[in-house]
Structure formats: C-alpha cells, structure tokens
Ligand binder design. Sequence first.
Ligand SMILES: O=C(O)c1ccccc1NCC(=O)[C@H](O)[C@H](O)COP(=O)(O)O
Length: 207
Amino acid sequence: MSRTRIKICGLTRPQDVRAAVAGGADAIGFVFYPPSPRAVSIEQAAELVALLPPFVVSVGLFVNPAPGEVEAVLARVPLQLLQFHGDESESDCARHGRAWIKAARMRPGVDLLEFAASYPRASGILVDAFVDGYGGGGKTFDWALIPAGFTRPLVLSGGLDADNVVDAVRRIRPWAVDVSSGVESAKGIKDADMIAAFIAGVRHADG
Ligand SMILES: O=C(O)c1ccccc1NCC(=O)[C@H](O)[C@H](O)COP(=O)(O)O
C-alpha cells in the first residue's frame, strides 16, 4: 500500500515552510486569492518557493483567476502544480501548461463522479467542505459523500487535524490529505508542533 501524500496549504512564512519540509510534507500550497488571510504576493511566494528542496511540490492555489493572473504568477514563481478552488471550467484549468488539480466543494447533492468526469485532465480531485470564502474554512464535510471505488487520485481536505486524520485516512484511503487550519495557531501562521502531530497521524494511519 502506497503512503498517503501530505499537502500543507496556506503558508506565508519561511519558518513555516522549513517546518513543513522538515516534518515530511510532500507538497506546500501558496494561496493567490487576495481575500484569503493566507494570500501571498508574487514576491513573497517566489522567496518561499525558493526554500523548497527537490521532490517537495510547490502548489499555487487560485479561485476564479482573471485572464493573465495565473501567467503573471508563473512568470515569477516556479509552481509545479496548480490548484483551482473556484468555479473554473476544465478549459480554464488546463490552459496554463502545468499539471493541475480541481477542488470539489462538497455538500449534500454533489455527485463527485459527475464532477470528476467534467475535469478529465485534472491530475487529481481535491474534496473540501463547502465553506464561505471558497476554502480554508477548517470545517469537515460528510465523508460518506465520497463514493466507494472513486478511481481518480483523491485529495481529502476540509477541517483535518491531528485528532481526525487517522480516522480519515483509515476510512477513505485517499491518495493525499491536505490541511491548513488544522496546523495553525492563527490564520496563515503555521505551528511546527501541529504540523509534526498531523504528519505523525498520517504515518500512523498508513501503518
Ligand atoms: O486557505 C485558504 O485561505 C483558501 C481560501 C480560498 C480558497 C481555498 C483556500 N484554501 C485551499 C486549501 O487547499 C485548504 O487547505 C483547504 O481549503 C482546507 O482548509 P482547512 O479546512 O482550513 O484545512
């Protein structure tokens, strides 16, 4: 059984990037959505991404980006993976010459199979709670909304923390887990001990 990959999202400080990398994160997410308290500027992101060693994936997160917005970031920030967390179409996501994942904001009535089928070129599907502000809400959703036998690489997200991630991994066996609020002392301020506890939980669940 392959180990569950771990994405830590919404980093804004060098010390937090170092802590996430040291803790064993597989991917680090940077938010390019200005209304988010975790949003970073292009200059900030360039400095933070430069701290990443090989084999730690840099992820850029966008919500309904305006024309040219993604390209302006990519011109200065070497992002390896894009994450679209808004109402973007498949073509909106696929036009940037980078691998990308699409977030599904889960609530009763969402047909994840139908959703995923409308994003055939996505490298993976991230499932998150349906929260105000599109994401980063620190809320879980009903994991029973995830159909058994979902075959696309699934990134489980939404309200995860060290207390629930063991159960989440054991129940869902996602390709990856993603966390923001659950490893923070304040929005955008990560806590190294909380990161370590979260990652230890994932490793424990992987067995
Ligand atoms: O993190 C944000 O502030 C954010 C804002 C708008 C859209 C998406 C956002 N984050 C995307 C992520 O991938 C988060 O890690 C995900 O929503 C889970 O957040 P949390 O429930 O706080 O762990």
